[in-house]
Design a protein around this ligand. Structure first.
Ligand code: GMT
Length: 385
């Protein structure tokens, strides 16, 4: 039996990396591995009790001499404690900073050969990696890991370029669970958001500046001059007040609805005819994959890893960052041609199943674990014992 004991650390609050880390942990547990989440709060997608899943909370010591309570040291200490107590085979951390660096520290504390696998999701390379003062730290986290994975080819290339990294990096795309992400029947719900002859455009994000939500509004304004449509904005974040003001200034308030943060994303996305993702930076764009799995095409920017996911002219359309006229033109083209929309919908469903399935990506991660541990890959039955 080759059942692994895996520690997972991620940012547990809302965000694609947290979703990927949590869903992966749940799938590994389903396959018979023992999964220990080591985070500061329960990952938001963890859900109810599940066999083989354990949660260890990182508690930060607010000792009076600390001006800033040291979360990173508390995390490293907890990683080492859990690894020792539970006999972990490896730690799989999401993000180089601080998580890979904390795992490195934990390994030093343990003084054994516990392995560390680091997954890069983007921001630590595309944003923090630009900061000269952080480069050496990020490089340390990456180079001291036993395996490093990244969620797109573009992110691998950026990591090499920005940080001068030469080591092997495995490509592990984000994935969707088709048991959750499929076109939902929202016939009853749709009427609450749009008239039968109106199209629904949607944007889902954390409203950070990199998401260019202002472009979403500009695209929508142009589209709604040509066809009857509504815009649903899902999520919250720092740009929200600015976006609200922009919508009011443009006189679009009666055509736009703010849905706030939502849990049942598959249900929400199924309301849409089109997803807009005009990001400045986007190492993968998990939300576009979730939309794809629900049969909803994306119109987005040619940023980062988006072109590896959204096939221009097949499962969506892409335009240069900031080119809202081109994006609006593509949106009008797709929304006013029923046959084309149906073709895109089918292509979306097929691509999400064939290229980004939970099984194939989970297997890839498992292969990486076995590789760093120098063990053979075993089938599910063998793992379950
Ligand atoms: O997009 C965000 O702002 C959230 C961020 C995160 O840390 O969760 O998402 C990143 O990781 C996701 C999962 O791998 C990717 O799908 C997103 O593209 C990536 N975001 C950026 O690169 C901006």
């Amino acid at each position: 039996m080759n059942r692994l004991k895996i520690g997972i650390t991620c940012y547990p609050s809302l965000g694609g990396s947290g979703v990927v880390a949590t869903e992966l942990g749940k799938l590994l547990a389903e396959k018979g591995h023992e999964v220990h989440f080591i985070t500061h709060s329960i990952p938001f997608r963890l859900g109810t009790f599940q066999k083989n899943i354990f949660y260890h909370e990182v508690e930060v010591n607010d000792y009076y001499v600390f001006r800033y309570p040291p979360y990173d040291l508390a995390l490293a200490t907890k990683m080492a404690q859990v690894a020792k107590m539970q006999g972990l085979d490896l730690l799989h951390v999401h993000y180089a900073v601080p998580h890979a660096v904390c795992a490195f520290l934990a390994k030093q504390m343990l003084g054994n050969d516990m392995k560390v696998v680091t997954t890069l999701h983007g921001t630590d390379i595309t944003v923090l990696g630009q900061d000269e003062s952080l480069k050496d730290l990020i490089r340390l986290g990456i180079n001291e890991s036993d395996a490093v994975t990244a969620v797109s080819m573009d992110l691998i290339n950026e990591t090499r370029k920005v940080l001068d990294i030469t080591r092997d990096i495995d490509l592990t795309y984000n994935f969707v669970d088709k048991r959750v992400y499929y076109p939902r029947d929202v016939t009853d719900l749709r009427g609450d958001y749009a008239d039968p002859d109106e199209k629904i455009l949607m944007h889902i994000s954390n409203f950070r500046p990199v998401k260019r939500v202002g472009d979403v509004v500009d695209v929508f304004a142009k589209v709604s001059r040509e066809i009857k449509a509504k815009l649903l904005l899902v999520g919250e974040g720092p740009e929200l007040p600015k976006i609200q003001a922009k919508i009011n200034e443009m006189g679009l308030e009666h055509k736009v609805r703010f849905l706030g943060k939502q849990d049942e994303i598959a249900q929400v996305i199924s309301l849409a005819d089109l997803l807009l993702l005009p990001s400045e930076k986007e190492s993968f764009g998990l939300v576009a994959l979730e939309a794809m799995a629900c049969g909803v095409p994306t119109i987005g920017s040619q940023a980062g890893g988006i072109p590896e996911l959204v096939q221009h002219g097949k499962t969506g359309f892409l335009a240069p960052i900031g080119d809202t006229s081109a994006m609006a033109k593509y949106a009008v083209k797709l929304l006013s041609d029923e046959a084309m929309a149906e073709q895109f919908r089918k292509a979306c469903l097929l691509r999400s199943c064939n290229d980004f399935s939970r099984d194939s990506i989970t297997n890839q991660y498992e292969d990486i674990y076995y590789r760093v541990l120098g063990r053979k890959v075993l089938g599910m039955d063998a793992i379950r014992g």
